[in-house]
Design a protein around this ligand. Structure first.
Ligand code: GDP
Length: 440
């Protein structure tokens, strides 16, 4: 995501490399390039112009600051302005209601149903909520079915009334059901249309009026660029929604919608959808997104993702085993499972500063661990817990069983030995004591 824009911006900043100070001329030249990059990323024309004007003012105003290089200063100013453009602060979901009611609005195919499921799962697993999904698309029976399938998949109940043709009533009944049965969040999925039309607007406005939601989220496909911004404007004029969700940011979007929508409708982006899987949803953090656009990576998100998957008990168990030099192939395997749970490998790698760009054209598929897993699975339980017994004939048998070859098996065992040695060193008491005695 945003690869092209990142690359173009980086090139713009190169104009300033080697310049001793910021001048009207070199700033103008750089910003001309920046503006072109923004326009090519499908950023709204007015937004791009105001953006570069503000950056110019700030850059020239800081002329006296000689401690940093002009190119660094420019990156910093552009970074901060990009974050401001996307809303500055992280916007939280309003979950004050009893139950909290969240209404989804948007065109067909925007990703409302998928998002309803993702949001429900996220609230359940991260906020310990007990959500109810409500299917209010009265036109497409398939839409109700789709939500039910998702609900089943993530273990969240779905309220529906297939024979009722009154969407307002269904939504109201869903809220009643939630109150009666103790659900604390109701997520109302509604019908979309292929394009904005009066009937749809009337219906969604009536639902909003009928249930008075705590949050109305406008869901839009980021790949539609400027159209996304125009549709947002039309929905906002009518619904006065509370937040935007940009979906399909995993695709080949140029980023224009993410950068323009906030300014045009003056509503925050709250979440982004980054894939078809139910876990592919992220809270939107303007500053981190700016980091990513500028190729600075997104270490904070990476660390958070790791923490989410981190299992403290498991870590303690492992530490003990490592200390006793008992770390074995079963542990190795469970480590791989943990990494895999963190998500798509390429996405993860791209959060590390400098790595995203380097990997742009490299295909990392999620099957990278397949052969390692196959090799470990072909070992007997005894071999897994006692790797030292893996002699040549055993290795040959494992290679055959896993559909790999002896070199791969040897390589894995060597890696495993090294990992084990390294772990022993790091957790060994010497190192631990050294760290503990270090001045804080
Ligand atoms: P709705 O008509 O607004 O309810 O849209 P759906 O939820 O049915 O989504 C339409 C299509 O977009 C489906 O095929 C989804 O799997 C897909 N989709 C939704 N969100 C995302 C996303 O964040 N990334 C990708 N790649 N696909 C998505």
């Amino acid at each position: 995501m945003f690869d092209n824009l990142s690359e173009r911006l980086e090139r713009s900043f190169k104009i300033l490399k080697g310049e001793g100070k910021i001048t009207e001329i070199n700033v103008a030249e750089t910003l001309k390039d920046v503006r072109r990059a923004l326009l090519d990323a499908d950023v709204n024309y007015k937004v791009a112009k105001t953006f570069t004007d503000t950056v110019k003012q700030k850059a020239l105003g800081q002329n006296v600051l000689t401690a940093v290089k002009p190119s660094q200063l420019m990156v910093k100013i552009v970074h901060d302005e990009l974050a401001t453009l996307m809303g500055g602060e992280t916007a939280e979901l309003n979950l004050q209601g009893h139950p909290s009611v969240i209404l989804m609005a948007g065109l067909n195919g925007a990703g409302k149903t998928t998002l309803s499921g993702k949001l429900a799962l996220m609230l359940k697993s991260k906020k310990r909520k007990n959500p109810l999904l409500a299917a209010c698309d009265i036109y497409r029976p398939a839409a109700i079915e789709q939500l039910k399938v998702l609900g089943e998949q993530i273990g969240i109940p779905v309220y529906s009334e297939p024979d009722n043709k009154d969407a307002v009533q269904i939504a109201q009944n869903a809220v009643k059901e939630a109150k009666a049965k103790g659900y604390d969040v109701v997520i109302v999925d509604t019908a979309g249309r292929l394009a904005v039309d009066e009937q749809m607007m009337q219906e969604i406005a009536a639902i909003k009026h009928g249930i008075n939601p705590d949050e109305t989220l406008f869901v839009v496909d980021a790949m539609t660029g400027q159209d996304a911004v125009n549709t947002a404007k039309e929905f906002n004029d009518r619904l006065d929604f509370d937040g935007v969700v940009l979906t399909k940011l995993d695709g080949d979007t140029r980023g224009g919608a993410a950068l323009s929508i906030r300014t045009v409708v003056n509503k925050p982006i709250k979440f982004v959808g980054t894939g078809e899987k139910m876990e592919a949803i992220d809270q939107f953090h303007p500053s981190r997104m700016a980091d990513r656009i500028l190729g600075m990576g997104d270490i904070v998100s990476l660390v958070e993702k790791a923490q989410e998957q981190y299992d403290e008990e498991e870590a303690r168990r492992l530490q003990k085993k490592i200390a006793k030099n008992q770390f074995d192939f079963n542990d190795f395997m469970s480590q791989i499972q943990q990494i895999k749970k963190m998500g798509n490998l390429k996405d993860l790698a791209s959060m590390i500063p400098g790595v995203g760009k380097a990997l742009k054209d490299v295909e990392i598929d999620d099957n990278a661990f397949k052969s390692i897993e196959a090799i470990i699975q072909s070992m007997t339980p005894r071999e897994r817990t006692n790797p030292e017994i893996l002699n040549t004939s055993r290795r040959q048998r494992i290679a055959k069983g896993s559909g790999t070859n002896i070199q791969e098996v040897n390589r894995l065992i060597k890696q495993f030995d090294q990992t084990r040695k390294m772990m022993k060193m790091v957790t060994g008491s010497k190192m631990g004591k050294m760290m503990a005695n270090m001045p804080k």
